[in-house]
Structures are given as structure tokens and as C-alpha cells.
Design a binder for this molecule. Sequence first.
Ligand code: ATP
Length: 328
Amino acid sequence: MPNEIKKVAVLTSGGDAPGMNAAVRAVVRASCYHQLECFGVFQGYQGLIENKIEPFSARSVNNIVNKGGTILKSARSLEFRTPEGRKKAHKNLLALSIDALVVIGGDGSFTGAMIFQSEFDFPVIGIPGTIDNDIYGTQYTLGYDTAINTVVEVIDKIRDTASSHNRLFFVEVMGRDAGHIALNSGIGAGAEEILIPEENRGLEQLLESLKRSEKSGKSSSIVVVAEGDKTGDNVFELAAYVEKNLPYYEVRVSVLGHMQRGGSPSCFDRVLASRMGIHAVESLLDGKSNVMVGVINDKMQLTPLDQAIKGESAINKELLRVTDILSI
Ligand code: ATP
């Protein structure tokens, strides 16, 4: 119902992502702008259950727009998966007369929000914060742009050492189910091959392509592999297979790991987070609930949480062709 919302709480949940702080700041300041009281919940859903809820003013979020991670901390809460845990969380929100909850996180966090909303008829709204960019209903999730820029920067450095020694590098990047990070950072960094979960072209094709590269006189090669790629069992096994079959290559593996989550958010992520935070608060005031804020064709959009969770965020197949053409 419009104008029934007077107090809003915000939390960050699941894996942290650069831009979460900028989104918290935007939620808090948009609430203040609209004369709502705002509360920060520490440690995600676990903090709701343990009553780690504090009043926030516009000044509570000074100097965080540029910070990576999340000042609210994140947590994976097993207790919130139980009805008893959620009941405690609801009791704590009621005790502070909080009327609505903004959840910044990924699909697991949105599932929790949806269940909470349906059990207690409690208004919730989601902001997609995950570096994987694997959420339906938005072209970009918070942290994705920063992550691909981090990966490109690191691959540029790896290329320097690869070309000094004629090495072939397999670089594993995050993406258990989605190849967005691999595909975009791979193209940006000029990778020879990009292996993603959505498209398994098989080992033979990989060997053929690397043979071609060697014959064409390339001095080094980079293969970007998403964590969830199925071409080999894992990146080490894949590298060993290539080394065995193409002995002229000196093969190395680099697993980038958690550094991809860290760092100061890019300007793109800060602007996106700012827009999403404001849109989340204004949508709540507009009576919206059980939806996620997203951006499509540069316009803010709302998508029902169940669709955001279940829908497919498909990769752009044109980008596969771009890689094929440019790795000639
Ligand atoms: P990422 O994409 O970075 O992993 P995420 O939001 O998907 O982020 P999860 O660990 O899957 O991260 O979920 C975050 C939290 O959401 C969980 O720790 C749990 O508290 C809550 N949650 C997830 N699934 C459910 C569920 N089915 N019921 C209730 N709560 C849930």
C-alpha cells in the first residue's frame, strides 16, 4: 500500500560484491530523502535473527561509495532456512516497527526474501548484488563490471609473462553456472579461447585451435576458463591434457579466485548501485513488493523475484563468434 511504509531496513546477503556499499548508501539516503526511517542489518539474514539492527542516518553511510565488500557484512544463514529462524527475524522487525526490507544479494538471498514475504506478508524488494551477472531481469548485476575489469587487468599482467616465455596460460575465472565473466573479460583481454559452462565445444576443438595458434607464429596464448566449464574435469586436468598432446607448449595454470570479488567498485557499478538503491526505496513507497530492481536498456525495471530466480540470464552468443574471429 502506498504511504504505509515508514521504516525500511537494508541488508546484504550471500557472496559480497563491489558496489554493495554504494547500494546501501543509496537505500539509506533515498529513505532519508523521502522522510523514512532507515535501519542497517548486520550480517545478512543471520543479523535479522540475532537482532543486529541499527538505525542509520544519511551520515552513517559517509565515505562508503568507493569501498569494496560490504560495511553491513554478509553471512550465509542456515537458521533463516528454517521457519523458526524466520519467525525470530520477523519478531525483531516488528519490535522496531520496520515495514519493509531491502535485500541486496543473489538468487539464494532472493529465495529467502520471497519465502519471508509469503509467510508474513512482509514487503521485500531485491537488489541484484553478485559478480556473476547470472540473474534474470537485469542486464547487469552489482559487482560484475568491477569483476571483469579486475580480471582483464590481471590477464594483461599474465600476458606479459606468457609472451616473455612462449607460454600457454590457462586462467580460471569465477562463474560456476554462468560464463559472463569469462566471455567478456576473455574478449577484453584478447584470449585465444574462452571456455564457458553454456557451450562445451570439446577437447578436440581446443587442441585444433591451439595447434593453429602455434603454427600461425603466436608467441603466447591465453585460455580463459570459467569455473563451471565442462570441457575438462577442472582447469588443472585440462592443462595437463593439452601439455601431453601439444608438447611444444609450456603450460601454466592461474586460478584467480577471490581477488575477483574485491576492490573498489568501478564507476559503472557505483552509478548502477545508486540508481538501484533509489529505485528500490521508491518502488516500496509505490506499494511494490516481492520484486527485484534491474536495469534493461538503461531503464530501471522491476521483475517478480520468482522470475529473477528461475529465469535464464543467457550469454550473448555473438560474443563467441567475436572470439573465434579475433583469435585467428
Ligand atoms: P551468491 O550468488 O553470491 O552465492 P546468494 O544470495 O545466492 O549469493 P546464498 O548463500 O545462496 O547466496 O543465499 C544467501 C542466504 O539466503 C542463505 O545463507 C540463506 O540464509 C538465505 N536463503 C537461501 N536459500 C534459502 C531458502 N530456500 N530459504 C530460506 N532462506 C534461504
